[in-house]
Design a binder for this molecule. Structure first.
Ligand SMILES: NC(=O)c1ccc[n+]([C@@H]2O[C@H](COP(=O)([O-])OP(=O)(O)OC[C@H]3O[C@@H](n4cnc5c(N)ncnc54)[C@H](OP(=O)(O)O)[C@@H]3O)[C@@H](O)[C@H]2O)c1
Length: 340
């Protein structure tokens, strides 16, 4: 057992993009366990677009992370020492904790992570921790797709978007159109994931692309990006369509007020339902979502890819990939070896 642990600390609030000194890595002695605590050895950490939001001074769904605090993220790890009745040594736990290789915790924010049989820990964590439940709730419970609908998804080749499009097909959508930032990502959506069409927003105007690919209009628009894509979607919505605001990643680095959307009038003209959500609010229902998602994973109905950065020290650089499109799939960090 090591005597010291590595932790990332919030050092300096970024003005826009995350910089070299936004977070700093420090080594500290691992304290002795008290009653009711356990020591977690981190294995995988999820990097999420919202991590940048936690570094802002916005009024959000969580208390702001103060400068000088340890950076937060979702981690799955192994309980290596325990004086906690609910977390036995040798078991896996998942939760919102600090960016650390080893951490002593009271277990607050953690739940046991029963790894599904036949699925690797990386796949299980990558799909089930954040992206899968987000895609499931956002599309099925908020977007409420009906058989025959046309569904549009932005950041479609990302962790959430790729799952949304496939769940849309499972739900009977007639046409699923993805928007992504490269030809390679667009080809993956159509050739491997079964999207009906994909639009490369770096090559063509999104509205032109959507007019071509959605001749009957859009019934469900699943927004991960914001800006031009949201406006284009709003422009082409059908009557009584649903607009799911899952994420607005194109705005997370903005220090200036964000303009638009300009076609907001269509919320009235087309009698739209527009709804945002935060997946943390649905934590109590994760077992239900996991059962469905694992079933689809086992049946080969959900394909996904993981983009795994190596080592806790790579975490800050890796996080920046999300805001440039440099990630290919669910972005996570491998902090330590997966237990056998
Ligand atoms: N509401 C919730 O509870 C919840 C939970 C999880 C995630 N989310 C949201 O879901 C979205 C996707 O998150 P994720 O973790 O699955 O990440 P991801 O989609 O795997 O990665 C982010 C992708 O966003 C695209 N992107 C980044 N900046 C962009 C810009 N300025 N313009 C256009 N596209 C841009 C890039 O793809 P391209 O290469 O295609 O540009 C990038 O690969 C985020 O907005 C996140 O905040 C919400």
């Amino acid at each position: 057992m090591p005597e010291t642990a590595q932790h990332w600390y919030f050092n300096k609030r970024p003005k826009d993009v995350i910089e070299e000194d936004t977070l700093i890595l420090r080594s500290e002695p691992i304290p002795e366990l008290k009653d009711g605590e356990f020591l977690l050895r981190s294995v995988y950490m999820s990097l999420d677009a919202t991590n940048r939001v936690w570094l802002s001074d916005w009024d959000t769904y969580m208390d702001p992370l103060p400068i000088g605090a340890r950076m937060l993220g979702f981690i799955v790890g192994e309980v290596v020492k325990s004086r906690h009745a609910g977390f036995a040594e040798g078991t896996l736990a998942v939760g919102l904790t600090t960016w650390s290789d080893y951490v002593v915790t009271t277990g607050e924010g953690f739940v046991p992570f029963p790894k599904p049989e036949g699925i690797s820990l990386a796949d299980a964590f990558g799909v089930l921790a954040v992206a899968g439940p987000t895609a499931y709730v956002g599309l099925l419970e908020i977007g409420k797709p009906k058989a025959g609908d046309t569904l549009v998804v932005t950041a479609a080749a990302g962790a959430v978007g790729a799952l949304v499009g496939q769940i849309g097909k499972i739900a009977g959508c007639r046409k699923v159109v993805g928007i992504a930032g490269s030809d390679t990502k667009c080809r993956w959506l159509v050739d491997d994931l079964g999207f009906d069409a994909a639009i490369n927003y770096n090559k063509e105007d999104i509205l032109d692309g959507l007019r071509r690919e959605c001749p009957d209009g859009i019934d469900v628009h699943f927004e991960n990006v914001g800006g031009e894509a949201l406006d284009a979607g709003l422009t082409l919505m059908n009557n009584f369509g649903r607009v799911v605001i899952c994420g607005l990643i194109s705005t997370y680095n903005s220090s200036e007020p964000v303009p638009g959307p300009y076609m907001f009038r269509n919320v009235i003209m087309k009698r739209l339902t527009i709804e945002g959500f935060v997946i943390l609010d649905y934590a109590a229902r994760f077992p239900e979502y996991h059962e469905k998602l694992v079933g689809w994973m086992r049946d080969g109905k959900l394909k996904y890819r993981l983009h795994v950065a190596e080592g806790l020290e790579s975490a800050q650089d890796a996080l920046r990939l999300l805001y440039t499109g440099g990630n290919n799939g669910k972005l996570m960090v491998r902090i330590g070896a997966a237990p056998n």
